[in-house]
Design a protein around this ligand. Structure first.
Ligand SMILES: Nc1ncnc2c1ncn2[C@@H]1O[C@H](COP(=O)(O)OP(=O)(O)OP(=O)(O)O)[C@@H](O)[C@H]1O
Length: 326
């Protein structure tokens, strides 16, 4: 019997947009199953934001189609479409004269949700995003730090519990340390667990951390669509290979897991008790940072030196990955 595949949450076919003679997005197609995270990645000006905005009709394409849950977006009024899709814009875009709570409540109010339900939802979201409502709900955007504003932007996008969320550089304005922390919080956020997410970034490490699949663009054209591992170990073009060159070792360490290197660990080590999906990067971090309050620190720590066997096994696993690509 033929397999019946579920309707993708988002299906894009032949999407093209010109600004004057310049093709900002050229013939882009992809399907995104419900619950997956797709990261749009590429250099500045490659068309990521334009592509994202065509999904919720903030930009109308010259050619091609967008279907959300099997329905062409042109069959829906743009305002209605947008109410069903969470959206976090690059510049956060909070309403300056609205309090934090009122900013979060904008879409549920437009949808006519009951005031008590809106208040409860706002309280819940602010708490979950580490903005205790008793301290932050009545503040105005200018009384918040950049990171706090970005979290309010995220709370606002999630307030009406939309199944699809579009995020344009949601951590863009943050310093690297805050950025890494907020990204970790974002990844662990219960609220986002079952959502279909399209996220724009030009940050390679961010893409690898958050994506189920990455769509790498250059000058409006798709260079490759695949898992982080596929892009790293099976680059489709020279552009893809070069794009990851500067950070290759770090990305390999983030991509390969203890499960990948285990066959190459000759002796039993303390790693046998660690979760197999732990990245080599996270294992190394836990080994070398004795001060960290990391959950991995709670696991059995090695009594014999393991750095060297770990690195040797990593190297062999890498060679195996490379062997597949030939
Ligand atoms: N409204 C517009 N009018 C004219 N040109 C535009 C417009 N919006 C975008 N462009 C051009 O289209 C191209 C793609 O822009 P887009 O904002 O989609 O890129 P991006 O990959 O998101 O860039 P960044 O990472 O810098 O935000 C760029 O060359 C940009 O100058």
């Amino acid at each position: 019997m033929p397999e019946i595949l579920p309707e993708p949450a988002i299906r894009v076919s032949g999407l093209t947009k010109h600004f004057g003679a310049h093709a900002a997005v050229h013939d882009v197609s992809f399907s995104l199953p419900a619950g997956e995270t797709l990261v749009l990645l590429g250099p500045s000006g490659c068309g990521k934001t334009t592509l994202l905005k065509m999904l919720n009709r903030l930009v109308e394409p010259d050619a091609g189609t967008v279907e959300i849950n099997g329905r062409d977006v042109r069959q829906q009024r743009p305002e209605e479409l947008r109410r069903g899709i969470g959206y976090v814009i690059q510049q956060v875009g909070l309403l300056p004269h609205y309090s934090v709570a009122d900013n979060v409540a904008v879409v549920p109010r437009l949808l006519g949700h009951a005031p008590a339900a809106i208040a409860a939802r706002t309280h819940e979201l602010l708490t979950r995003l580490h903005l205790p409502p008793e301290r932050y709900a009545a503040r105005f955007p200018h009384e918040l730090s950049g990171g706090q504003q970005q979290r309010v932007g995220l709370a606002r996008a999630l307030a009406a519990d939309p199944p699809i969320v579009l995020l344009d550089e949601p951590f863009g304005a943050l310093d690297p340390v805050t950025r890494a922390r907020i990204r970790r919080e974002f990844r662990e956020l219960e609220e986002l667990r079952d959502k279909t997410i399209v996220l724009v970034t030009h940050d390679v490490a961010e893409a690898f951390e958050l994506a189920d699949r990455i769509l790498l663009l250059d000058a409006g054209r798709v260079q490759q669509l695949g898992t982080p591992r596929e892009l790293l170990f099976r680059p489709a073009t020279d552009f893809v290979r070069r794009f990851f060159a500067a950070e290759r070792l770090q990305l390999q360490m983030r991509t390969l897991t203890l499960k990948d290197i285990r066959p190459f660990l000759l002796e039993p080590t303390a790693f046998d008790a660690w979760p197999p999906e732990t990245s080599v990067h996270a294992a190394l971090e836990a080994l070398t940072d004795t001060q960290a309050a990391d959950p991995l620190q709670q696991l059995p720590q090695p009594t014999a030196p393991v750095m060297r066997p770990l690195m040797e096994a990593f190297e062999q696993a890498l060679q195996t990955e490379h062997a597949w690509t030939r």
